[in-house]
Design a protein around this ligand. Structure first.
Ligand code: SF4
Length: 402
């Protein structure tokens, strides 16, 4: 698993405030382009750091920060030189993936760094808030009530820094619509700043029960926006239990109807676990009969993080044991002509009849394989595991294709 954020050693920081910075490896970057840019030296470049080099980068307009990334030995070798520079961050080799074009959030007072945009990642998710009106049994980002609206301020700035040509970005939470109209403004900013970038938003959809709000989002006319909205059962009581919020089912369904009425693309997401599994086929029937007009349905495997770890015994279901139910559910969606996919599953645990809708969907930074996958002839087609599945629980029925 890639380490995207954490505490690091800092030296000579000149400000208390967190800030975003582009990463460059070009020490000769023209002075005019150094604003909001951090110079990254790693590996051999760290070992070659000399006092002359330090003098040269100090003598012209400074970078926002100097990021030195290497092993403990490499960093120890250059610490005395780094002491002569302002705003230095010493990064362990866990951050060796950082490269030209990435964007980091530097937090001098918290002595931490976060990689908030990786140029070569296929998807970059931007966390907008940790606040939420659900308390889902399997929430991967357990809600907090503290005001974290600085995340939204950062998101506006980050959107303007992300390069055009980026294929996809995502907004996630918490519940992004907690911000009301500010969320709509952010979608509009994404449309204006990144017109060629597809935008995925994860939301519980309840705010859109208010038709005027759905209409506002529709009026943005983002060219490639899709809202991913979870629906865990056709039975309102079961859905409300899973999200731990009474009335959620009705509001979510109203939200989906309003969004579609105003031309916003919707993906319905069903996470498959012990609590949703008993009605998975009926849930797909419900979606097909009542929400035939949604754009996509995703049947998703369980990520073992956040609340899922605490509730694992009442959530875990081995995909091998429910593979026939998964096939049946997909068959229902297919029969109605719905566009559907299976996400977050291992290829050897699904029946062959769902392979045409099987997707490699786990984000690269938290994607791993088991040692036995090394001998699998179809590893390149398989989405593998969440790192947390490898750590905490996975099926005992993994069986490499020979
Ligand atoms: S053995 Fe590993 S790589 Fe092969 S299909 Fe199963 S999980 Fe995927």
């Amino acid at each position: 698993m890639l380490k995207l954020r954490g505490k690091v050693e800092t030296r000579n920081t000149t400000t208390l405030h967190p800030s975003l910075a582009h990463v460059t490896r070009n020490a000769n970057l023209p002075a005019a382009l150094r604003k909001k840019t951090a110079l990254l030296l790693k590996g051999a470049d760290v070992r070659k750091l000399t006092e002359d080099f330090v003098v040269s980068i100090r003598s012209s307009k400074p970078f926002s920060a100097l990021l030195l990334c290497g092993t403990d030995e490499e960093l120890d070798l250059v610490k005395h030189i780094a002491d002569a520079v302002l705003d230095v961050y010493l990064l362990p080799s866990d951050y060796g993936y950082l490269d030209e074009g990435d964007i980091v959030r530097l937090n001098p007072s918290g002595q931490s760094i976060s990689a908030v945009f990786r140029k070569n990642a296929p998807n970059n998710s931007i966390l907008l808030t940790e606040r939420c009106n659900h308390l889902c049994l399997m929430c991967s980002q357990p809600p907090k009530s503290a005001d974290d609206s600085w995340l939204m301020d950062d998101a506006f700035e980050l959107i303007r820094m992300i390069p055009q040509g980026t294929e996809n970005i995502g907004f996630t939470g918490g519940e992004p619509t907690t911000y009301g109209d500010r969320f709509i403004e952010l979608v509009n900013t994404a449309k204006v700043s990144l017109p060629g970038t597809s935008l995925d938003v994860l939301t519980n959809g309840r705010s859109f029960k208010n038709e005027a709000y759905a209409e506002k989002l529709g009026r943005v006319k983002h060219p490639d926006l899709q809202l991913g909205i979870p629906l865990y059962s056709d039975d309102p009581v079961r859905h409300d239990y899973i999200v731990q919020s009474q009335g959620a089912f009705d509001e979510t369904i109203h939200g989906i109807l309003n969004l579609k009425r105003h031309g916003v693309r919707v993906e319905v997401r069903v996470v498959v676990h012990q609590q949703s599994l008993p009605r998975l086929v009926q849930t797909c029937e419900f979606i097909a009969r009542n929400l035939l007009f949604v754009d996509h349905v995703a049947l998703m495997g369980l990520e073992i993080t956040g609340f899922t770890r605490a509730n694992l015994d009442s959530l875990w279901a081995d995909p091998y044991t429910y593979r026939d139910t998964l096939s049946e559910a997909i068959e229902v969606l297919r029969a109605y002509g719905m566009h559907c996919s299976v996400y977050n599953h291992q290829l050897c645990l699904v029946n062959r009849d769902v392979e045409d809708v099987y997707r490699k969907s786990i984000s690269d930074w938290k994607n791993e394989y088991l040692p036995q996958c090394g001998s699998c002839a179809r590893k390149s087609e398989c989405g593998g595991f969440f790192s947390t599945q490898v750590m905490y629980r996975h099926s005992e029925n993994i069986s490499p294709f020979l």
